[in-house]
Design a protein around this ligand. Sequence first.
Ligand SMILES: Nc1ncnc2c1ncn2[C@@H]1O[C@H](COP(=O)(O)OP(=O)(O)OP(=O)(O)O)[C@@H](O)[C@H]1O
Ligand SMILES: [Mg+2]
Length: 403
Amino acid sequence: MMTSSIKYRTKRLDEEDVFDSDSPTNERVLEKLKLLELQNKYYLSEKNRLEKENENQRKELERLSAPPLITGVIVEVINENKVVIKSSSGPKFVVTVSSTIDVKELVPGALVACNQRNLSVMEVLPSLKDPEVCGMEVVERTGVTYNEIGGLVDQIRKIKETVELPLKKPELFDKVGIEPPHGVLLYGPPGNGKTLIVKAVANETDSTFIRVVGSEFVRKYIGEGARMVREVFNLAREKSPSILFIDEIDAIGSRRVDTGISGDREVARTMMQLLAELDGFDPRGHVKIIGATNRMDMLDPALLRPGRFDRIIEIPPPTRDACLEIFKIHSRNMNIKDLDYSEFINLVDGLSGAEIKSLCTEAGMNAIREDRDYVTVEDFKCSLHKIPSSEYSNNSLIGPMYG
Ligand SMILES: Nc1ncnc2c1ncn2[C@@H]1O[C@H](COP(=O)(O)OP(=O)(O)OP(=O)(O)O)[C@@H](O)[C@H]1O
Ligand SMILES: [Mg+2]
């Protein structure tokens, strides 16, 4: 029953003195008793509710104030209650395992969270294959088409040959009796469409696009980088057909020089794992590897040996015509007043693809700032100096490296 109704009826009974009223006393007392019982019931249920709420709040507080756990990696499983772990700071310990953990999850190499006090294993953490942990981008369909790429006609054709053909028609290679290329390496100055091209290829071949950035493999702890390389390649196999794109590969693939610094040695170890994975790859499998870098001069020659990345394709800065084409792509949906492309060609010539895109956005912002719904050539002209690094686009320091 609603509380307000109970309250109202009790109040009324209180106000009328039971003994003064005309109705028989007994009846009135009985009704009051009934009401009081109802009231009692209501307060009891309310008490239960508040107690439950209190309990939930207490649990939440406990959860939030729990001490941090230390991560470690299982080295050896002794029995279901004891394992040897290597703590993240280096030394190994024999520790007990919390009874709540499933024994099947205790495998050498698993990442675990341990109690700070006695290092007992409290939790088995998800494998690094979890894309979020790894800092990977995994996209089933990128949605980028070749129409969105300006220029780069030759480069697109070469990539189609090496990546698309083996994925779409593997039997052709069997017939001729050659192994399809393992992978492709793209190089060239930043912002000219390396990532864009790879996304378009992945889209065209209906492959899963897995992008990892080389620097993600550079880890603080020994062996972690190599383990990540392994996990990423395993993920690519699981998700096949897939394109594994290793962006900024120079972070791990730079020339191995023994400086004696342990950090360098760790990077070298990660790189060796990468070479091993590239070698062990079945070229006929439905996984293609594409690497990209803008520091070609720094790469280890071992990476460039045929059989690893057998095609090396340059993605150069756009030509004058390509610049205009890229401009057309990015201004496609813009409302430009008295559009005459010949006015723009000198404006965009010498900029990189990314800079042209940024120029279009800036010009649009300018129009919005001035409360207009159309963009003028002037907007583009005055935005030119605002785009970052445009003064470096023809920089002689960058130039010769790709020449
Ligand atoms: N040829 C092009 N056609 C159309 N748009 C382009 C082109 N090149 C670059 N762009 C635009 O610039 C953006 C950045 O390009 P992208 O990410 O492909 O550069 P990148 O070569 O991979 O650079 P980095 O070496 O820094 O990774 C793209 O998202 C796209 O909008
Ligand atoms: Mg890129």
